[in-house]
Design a protein around this ligand. Structure first.
Ligand SMILES: NC(=O)c1ccc[n+]([C@@H]2O[C@H](COP(=O)([O-])OP(=O)(O)OC[C@H]3O[C@@H](n4cnc5c(N)ncnc54)[C@H](O)[C@@H]3O)[C@@H](O)[C@H]2O)c1
Length: 327
């Protein structure tokens, strides 16, 4: 069992759908007792089987430190939210993305959870201010938006509302980190946070390219799978262009910036990379990678790509199941 500040930590999960079950895997894997609530009897009866399937798959890939049965034994399912929330250090709200539903559920969780519990919503787009602002315990409420599934995609966006207490934000980050996730802080409550804003930028352009007859859906997916996505597997878009251009990202911006500016304006989004903005980004990149290490890092990138290409040559999962492995 995980201990924080000398106590055994328990996770409570409200909503046992895709994300609720996946969070149960994360916390059971980290040694926490986990209690799941769902109002739907069909979901309650499916949860433990689904959880076991996920754990067995992880085990088959040697990604678990304990037998699946041991981890599964930490998880309980209940039809009582109050029972699940009692004694929790962290309550994860994983119900559908509907503001009224989240408002009611947060009120019920706030009434049932112990005062020291952090109450986090898995919400993809809705900020905590839109459903938790009226609650007596609003200071312990925030969004913790995971990737899907969080037991494989560790980044989790911590999005405090203006009323969230700073100590709660820090505690939430500590708790998620102790469960093996990688929290990042979103400093303002913007719709879609960072993950879905980045995904949205790519999807918006992809839809436009299909609409304008520039490329097919399959070809756009191929550009991502066999192009951009390969590098993005281990470096982000800033580091990608930093390493693509001798002289780093400032040099990239001066050469390519006008072209990107025209492409944005063509889509009705005129957000030029001003010298101040480029300076801010470049300063953070140079702090992360001084230019005298640029050549070595480019070589590292290429060796990472070689690992990835080797991994892909070894074959992927068959699709449909039973077909020869995908390469
Ligand atoms: N699926 C994703 O890729 C993904 C990724 C990150 C975040 N999220 C967010 O996580 C949340 C859950 O998404 P999901 O994909 O797991 O949805 P889902 O539809 O798979 O599961 C939602 C579950 O909530 C239950 N539920 C309904 N009313 C409830 C209530 N009043 N109290 C408690 N549970 C209730 C449902 O019975 C269902 O089991 C949403 O806010 C979603 O935007 C989803």
């Amino acid at each position: 069992m995980m201990a924080d500040e000398g106590k055994t930590l328990r996770a409570a999960i409200a909503g046992a759908g895709s994300i609720g079950v996946a969070f149960a895997v994360v916390f059971a894997r980290a040694g926490w007792p986990v209690a799941l609530f769902d109002p739907d009897p069909a979901r309650r009866s499916a949860v433990l089987r689904e959880l076991r399937e996920r754990l067995d798959d992880l085990d088959a890939f040697r990604l678990l430190a304990e037998p699946p049965a041991v981890m599964a034994s930490r998880v309980a399912v209940s039809d009582s939210l109050a029972e699940v929330a009692a004694g929790a250090a962290l309550v994860l709200e994983c119900a559908p993305e509907q503001v009224e539903l989240k408002r009611e559920l947060f009120a019920a969780i706030d009434a049932a959870a112990p005062p020291e519990a952090v109450v986090a919503s898995a919400s993809s787009f809705l900020p905590a201010s839109s459903y938790a602002g009226e609650l007596p315990g609003r200071g312990r409420c925030l969004v913790a938006h995971p990737g899907n599934p969080p037991y494989l995609i560790p980044v989790i966006e911590i999005v405090p509302a203006p009323f969230t207490e700073p100590a709660v934000v820090e505690r939430a980050e500590r708790l998620f980190r102790s469960a093996g996730l990688s929290p990042i802080r979103v400093r303002k409550e913007v719709e879609g946070f960072v993950f879905n804003r980045l995904q949205g930028a790519v999807l918006r352009e992809a839809y436009c390219l299909v609409r304008d007859g520039v490329a097919s859906v399959e070809d756009i997916d191929t550009v991502m799978r066999d192009g951009l996505g390969l590098r993005w597997n281990f470096i982000g878009p800033f580091e990608t262009v930093d390493l693509n251009t001798r002289g780093g990202i400032a040099s990239h911006a001066s050469k390519m910036g006008p072209s990107y500016e025209r492409m944005g304006a063509e889509r009705g989004q005129h957000d030029p990379w001003t010298p101040e903005l480029v300076g801010k980004v470049a300063a953070q990149r140079r702090a992360a990678l001084p230019l005298d290490q640029w050549d070595a890092r480019v070589r590292w990138r290429d060796r990472m790509l070689m690992r990835l290409v080797r991994h892909r040559k070894e074959g992927g999962e068959p699709w449909p199941p039973g077909a020869p492995p995908e390469g």
